[in-house]
Design a binder for this molecule. Sequence first.
Ligand SMILES: N[C@@H](CCC(=O)N[C@@H](CS)C(=O)NCC(=O)O)C(=O)O
Length: 200
Amino acid sequence: MPIRLYQIRESGNCYRVRLMLALLGQTADLIEASPERDGAALGAFREVPVLVDGSLRLRDSQAILVYLARRYGEPHWLPDGAEALARIQQWLSFAANEIQNGPRMARGIVRFGRAGDLEAALRKAERALRLLDLHLAARTWLETGAPTIADVACYPYVSKAGEAGIDMSAYPALARWIGRIETLDGYVPPEAPGSAGRTA
Ligand SMILES: N[C@@H](CCC(=O)N[C@@H](CS)C(=O)NCC(=O)O)C(=O)O
């Protein structure tokens, strides 16, 4: 039974999972989710992404990255060891908090006309991007010296921050890191049709 991913194509949270699948060389049936039709699959949260793999149904893009890395990935994506796990978790939380409330929110308002305080979102976005840029100034990857799920978690909304009108040339280390991710084996851009395999 193939992996199934319930998604909304434009969602960066869903792209995060498509990108991880692609980097791991895994294919999946992509299902454009409709709350009416797919209510049972989406569960009580009624959110995408939802990944179904055999009897497992999993929501939350960060949790899905953890599962995919451990189930299908080389150890470098999520190494063992208390320190590495905790360091990577810092960035999963950063992706779910600072990045969601900054670059994601700002892009949602500017690009998709969502309700929200653009000025506050831009302020948070600039702080998040500055922190990432500082952290990456002397590093190749966010942690451990190899690509991990921390990089995959942070990349989608950061790479699209320019769509909120943010000048990305102010963050040169970040721009180099974005370029490195885009040359990883298996990398797919968000727009790639059926980028994790078939589109159901
Ligand atoms: N923490 C969740 C957030 C998921 C989320 O906010 N999903 C949005 C799409 S990006 C959603 O399904 N919203 C409900 C809707 O659009 O009806 C994750 O990282 O997967």
